[in-house]
Every structure is written in C-alpha cells, then in structure tokens.
Ligand binder design. Structure first.
Ligand code: TYM
Length: 332
C-alpha cells in the first residue's frame, strides 16, 4: 500500500477551518486507501516562542481534535513528533546538504523573520523547512496532503530527497504534494485576500473548529463582503463572497455553481446564515467527540504511545540507512 504523511502544529487551542478544509479533511479521506501517518510537530512549534504549559496542553488538544474529526488510530498512525527522536536526527543530516541561500529563499521564513526582526528570529525558524523534509522523508510517503501555503516546503523536500539519492544512493522516495484545488486556501473573514491563519487579522477573521456555534455565526455575520448585492463566485472581484461560497460548498458537498443558482434573488444575509448553519452542523459532533477524548487522558496517551512506537519502528530503519550511507561508524 502507498503511504501518506502529514502534520499540524500545536500552536493554537483549536484548529481553524483553513486547517481542516485545506488539509485535515483530506487526511481523514486518505486513511482508507493509504498507509497513513499523521503527527503533531511540536519541534516545529518551538521555532517561535511558546509557553511550555500551553504547548503541552495544545499538543493534547491537537491529538484530541484529530481523533474527533475522524482520524482513526486503528487505520492511521498518530503520534507526537518529539516522541520520535529520529526526526531531529535526520534533520541534522539534511541540514548539511541544504544550501544557506536555498533555505533563505523560503517565503514562510522570510515572512515570519521579517515580522520578528532578524535578532528575534531563531536559527530554528531558518531551518524549519529542513526539519519538515526530515519528517516526511523518514517514512517514504508517496503523498503529503497539505494546504497551498506548504507547496514551497514540499518542493524543498523533493529537492533534498533527490540530492541525497544522487549524492549517496537511492534512499528516499520523492514525495508529491497532495493539494486539492478550490479549498487549498481558505481566506480570512475580515481580510478575504489573506489566508485564514492563527495570527492573521485576529479571532474575528478565523473560524475555529471548536468555536461555539453562536460565536462562529457571529464571525460569519460580520465577514467582509462588498458593496454589490449579487452572489456569484469571483475570487478577484468578490473575494469575501467567494470565500463564504467555498466554505459552505466544502462543508455541505453542494457544488459552488448549484449554491449560486439557489441564491438568485437572495441576499448576503441568506448566504451568511446558510454558511453559519453549515459550520455549526459540522462542528457540533466534533465538539462532542473532542470533549470525550479530552476527558479520557489515559486513552489519548495510549493512542499516542502506540503511534510513536509504530512510527519509530519505521523511522529508525530509515535513519540507520542514512547514517550508513553518509559514512558514520556504527557503534559496536
Ligand atoms: P500548519 O500547522 O500551519 O497547518 C496545518 C495544515 O493546514 C493547512 N492550512 C491551510 N489550508 C487552507 N487554507 C488555509 N487558510 C490554511 N492554513 C493552514 C496547511 O497548509 C497545513 O497543511 N509546516 C506545517 C506542519 C508540518 C508538516 C510536516 C506538514 C511540519 N512537518 C510534514 C506536512 C508534512 C505547518 O506549519 O502546518
């Protein structure tokens, strides 16, 4: 069976709808067909300052959310990155075949370090995409389901895999990004030309999957649209309206064109209240399941322990090959 792998950072109390529609929903679908590995990259999280207590809590919450949206530990391997030390070990080796300029061209690094200032930005932030490449290459997946913002990191991963394979010996699978057009970039409700994100325009621009339905409905009601009245899909002229159509279509399964036909003669209020209904129908069972997992920490620990054990059994074999190929003397 072919393999998929992906990760989501534990840097907020809740995933937002962009995380879910752009990535995690595909993870759930892919676990039927693929040997699936999903993990919580806590090593990546500390590339920017984190409160230790909060990080630990958010790591648990991330695991509980993944289970709540349908990641099934009987079919998928779910684990925490720091439980598998091979990630950091392979990252070191890959750091040594990555160009300084190559890493410096990563747009996410440029954006984040510009925001923090070069004295505040860590070396960890600089080498973040190399760690991400290690996360992926250790497991030799064919596909990596992510949102649009991860495309460049996937390109770097492919380059590093090819470089290692040709410099030493064929070791890594060169993975493909699995990016679903139409939903790979969900936009901020307040600033519909920017992606929905944990930082972004603030909480009002972002729908968290654990939001109370009344809260998400309020955010959607105050979403920025435009001065026309017509509901149509046009990302250039009507980014706000188009984003709501995308969200509603993705959550209900009704094609955007069908939604648009149904709105002839109706107004933005209708679009917003239908979208809020779709969000609350999705989030109600997720919130219930999330609470159940959070109330059973022993079960959560067991799932993560089993996941890490299985992940390590694969990661350690890849790392041993890598160490051998670069010429490290094995301990005797
Ligand atoms: P992270 O934690 O920022 O986001 C998790 C996933 O959500 C996607 N995403 C979006 N998709 C659509 N619209 C949006 N507005 C939106 N915002 C976020 C992201 O593309 C991502 O797929 N570097 C990764 C984590 C990572 C990883 C990996 C991923 C670490 N190692 C190995 C894949 C493979 C990140 O920060 O994602």
């Amino acid at each position: 069976r072919h393999r998929v792998l992906s990760g989501i950072q534990p840097t907020a109390d809740s995933f937002h709808l962009g995380n879910y529609l752009g990535a995690v929903r595909q993870w759930v679908e892919l676990q039927d067909e693929y040997d699936a590995f999903y993990f919580i990259p806590d090593l990546h999280a500390i590339t920017v300052p984190q409160d230790p207590k909060e990080l630990r809590a958010r790591t648990r919450r991330a695991a509980a959310q993944l289970l709540a949206v349908g990641i099934d530990p009987a079919r998928s391997t779910l684990f925490v990155q720091s439980h598998v030390p091979e990630h950091a070990q392979l990252a070191w080796v890959l750091n040594c075949i990555t160009g300084f300029g190559e890493a410096g061209r990563m747009t996410q690094f440029k954006d984040k370090s510009a925001r923090q200032g070069s004295d505040q930005a860590s070396v960890g932030l600089f080498t973040y995409p190399v760690l991400q490449a290690a996360d992926i290459l250790l497991y030799r997946p064919q596909r990596v389901p992510v949102g649009e913002d991860q495309r460049q990191h996937l390109e770097l991963t492919r380059d590093l895999a090819q470089r290692f394979n040709s410099r030493y010996k064929k070791t890594f699978v060169v993975p493909e990004a699995h990016i679903v057009t139409g939903i790979a970039k969900i936009y901020d409700l307040q600033e519909p030309t920017a992606k929905m994100s944990k930082s972004g325009s603030g909480v009002s621009g972002r729908i968290d999957i654990l939001d109370d339905p009344a809260v998400s409905a309020k955010k959607i009601r105050s979403a920025v649209t435009d001065n026309e009245r017509e509901i149509r899909y046009d990302t250039a002229e009507k980014p706000g309206v188009s984003n709501l159509l995308t969200i509603q279509s993705a959550l209900t399964g009704t094609p955007v064109a069908t939604l648009v036909e149904g709105y002839v003669g109706k107004g933005y209020g209708d679009l917003k209240s239908d979208t809020a209904d779709a969000v609350s129908a999705f989030s109600a069972p997720v919130r219930t399941a999330f609470t159940e997992y959070m109330n059973d920490p022993a079960e959560l620990d067991r799932i993560l322990r089993d996941g890490a054990e299985h992940a390590r059994s694969i990661a350690s074999r890849t790392l041993a090959q890598v160490y051998d190929r670069v010429g490290f003397l094995p301990p005797k």
